[in-house]
Write a protein that binds this ligand. Structure first.
Ligand code: 5GP
Ligand code: ZN
Length: 110
């Protein structure tokens, strides 16, 4: 089972900041900013390439909750990042969105 499925099941410990039926949000093990939260659907979707009409509700739900999760961490300005596939540096093959903030962030790619 993948590492994020293990975290969702509680078999691997994590610092959860939000959880409901469809998603969990927990602190990244190696934060790159004062706020670095991983927002993860409970359903195992390997990557953004695997989002489809059947599972996109869980993805939409994550985006509905972003502002609430950010606010719970004391921020209203943040960056959302998804790495899809090897060239983009995806290391955990369970779809996740990095919510990063709490500092003035550096160079933008876009
Ligand atoms: P990716 O590189 O796939 O976009 O992001 C994977 C992220 O998961 C990395 O930022 C990494 O620090 C984080 N990560 C990997 N394993 C664990 C873990 O067991 N617990 C937590 N909290 N974060 C993890
Ligand atoms: Zn998984």
């Amino acid at each position: 089972m993948c590492v994020f499925c293990e975290i969702i099941k509680g078999n691997i410990p994590s610092t959860k900041v939000y959880e409901d039926d469809l998603m969990v949000a927990f602190k990244d093990l190696n934060p790159v900013a004062p706020v670095h939260i991983l927002c993860v659907p409970k359903v195992h979707i390997a990557s953004a390439n695997d989002i489809n009409a059947e599972n996109s509700g869980a993805v939409a739900h994550i985006f509905e909750k972003l502002s609430e999760i950010a606010a719970s961490q004391g921020i209203t300005s943040y960056r959302i990042i998804n790495n899809c596939g090897a060239d983009a540096g995806q290391t955990v093959m369970h779809l996740h969105f990095h919510l990063i903030g709490g500092t003035e962030m550096g160079e933008k790619l876009i």
